[in-house]
Design a protein around this ligand. Structure first.
Ligand code: ZN
Length: 405
């Protein structure tokens, strides 16, 4: 596996600058293309699965986190509060409290549940500078987050549906998890005290995992402070394991924020909060994708999807026409002309681009392309329209393969 820090810099995806600060990477144009494609995929998948997207601010009053429990259980990982004329605000360590307040801002009938609120939003962690690096240990995190407000009876189905979304995303991204982990509380004061609620949450998650047929390990001391989790673990190039995706059950924050819905009986009932993330933070997801694929991203994620290679200057006009048609079709294409070297040299330069469309004199006249795939496979010259239709369909479907559907 490749080190994403080295490769990310070489490929011009992201970088850091001491003047901006450690753990605060910025995204270069090609990295921003990958991130945008990933965010678009997630947003669409969530919309189809019945999630509603919201936006909420990255700051909140200290009181918000005192209510949620972050202030007492998680303060060491938070940035110090900012004083604003007698009021203290903090950079948020998670999105949950904002979403709980958004839920509470309207009254809800049991008919609206499960209510799934999603946001790809910023959150902050006061990591020490010694442990920071690349996209995996950062101080500013953009999390693919969602909170499902539902009844206890709906929790198992919602957790299962979240696991299904995770499985689909991993397939499209071409990544495989190291293991599924049932993360349980351990000894210590790190966890909120509510033994019967912990028991119930653990039972529910165990039931979901057992029914899913996925192999998993139960590990103590890895739960969130408010509840147990299913964590999907990945391994980086240095062999270190970390959590990418997660599904969590929380009885604590609904209690703290006094959330309720009106039941069929007309009375007030407490919903459960299911916290879930499909791809985790975009930082960690992209770091893993760089390492897993060595920069050769699945076609739908690649910064450049088609490199157009005119054999001589005479084919430059045909190359420009093909580039225009790619852009019209929503494909990211670039022309690398003869001024950039021999055809062989240009093909080597473009070795991470999924599709190389070579245009010689014959192809130019017949409106064809001679296609080479990134894996070295060469295809017979074919009509440019057929080529664009085929790869367009694979990319639209977020297919992990290059040619066969
Ligand atoms: Zn949450």
């Amino acid at each position: 596996m490749h080190d994403h820090r080295k490769l990310g810099r070489e490929l011009g995806l992201f970088d850091t600058d001491p003047l901006i600060g450690a753990g605060l990477p910025y995204w270069l144009p090609d990295g921003a293309v990958v991130r945008h494609a990933l965010e678009e995929y997630i947003r669409t998948a969530e919309q189809r699965a019945g999630y509603r997207h919201v936006y909420s601010p990255v700051l909140g009053k200290r009181e918000l986190y005192e209510i949620s429990g972050h202030w007492s259980h998680y303060r060491d990982d938070m940035f110090p509060p900012l004083d604003l004329g007698g009021e203290q605000v903090v950079l948020r360590p998670s999105l949950c409290p904002h979403h709980a307040v958004i839920y509470r801002s309207r009254s809800h009938s049991y008919r609206e549940l499960p209510l799934r609120l999603a946001e790809l939003g910023g959150m902050y962690r006061a990591e020490l500078s010694g442990v920071l690096g690349g996209l995996t240990r950062v101080r500013a995190i953009h999390l693919n987050d969602a909170h499902i407000f539902c009844t206890v009876d709906q929790v198992a189905a919602e957790a299962q549906a979240a696991l299904d979304l995770i499985g689909q995303a991993y397939q499209a991204l071409g990544i495989s998890p190291t293991r599924y982990r049932l993360s349980l509380p351990g000894p210590g004061a790190k966890y909120v005290a509510a033994p019967q609620l912990w028991r119930r949450s653990i039972e529910l998650l165990t039931e979901v995992l057992d029914r899913s047929g996925l192999p998993y390990q139960a590990v103590e001391g890895e739960a969130a402070f408010y509840g147990p989790k299913i964590d999907v673990q990945i391994t980086d190039s240095a062999g270190r394991e970390s959590t990418l995706s997660t599904v969590q059950i929380d009885f604590h924050q609904p209690e703290q924020f006094d959330l309720h819905y009106i039941g069929a009986d007309g009375g007030k009932h407490r919903p459960v909060m299911v916290h879930r993330s499909i791809i985790g933070s975009v930082e960690r997801a992209v770091a893993h994708l760089i390492e897993q694929h060595g920069g050769a991203f699945p076609g739908w994620l690649a910064p450049v999807q088609v490199v157009i290679l005119p054999i001589s200057d005479a084919e430059l006009p045909s190359a420009a026409v093909l580039a225009r048609r790619c852009a019209d079709r929503g494909l990211r294409a670039e022309i690398t002309g003869p001024d950039r070297g021999t055809l062989g040299a240009r093909i080597r330069q473009a070795r991470l681009v999924p599709y190389q469309a070579v245009i010689g004199a014959k192809e130019a006249v017949q409106d064809q392309v001679a296609v080479r795939l990134r894996n070295g496979r060469r295809l017979d010259p074919q009509p440019a329209d057929d080529f664009l239709a085929r790869i367009g369909a694979l990319i639209d479907a977020h297919h992990p393969g290059l040619w066969e559907s």
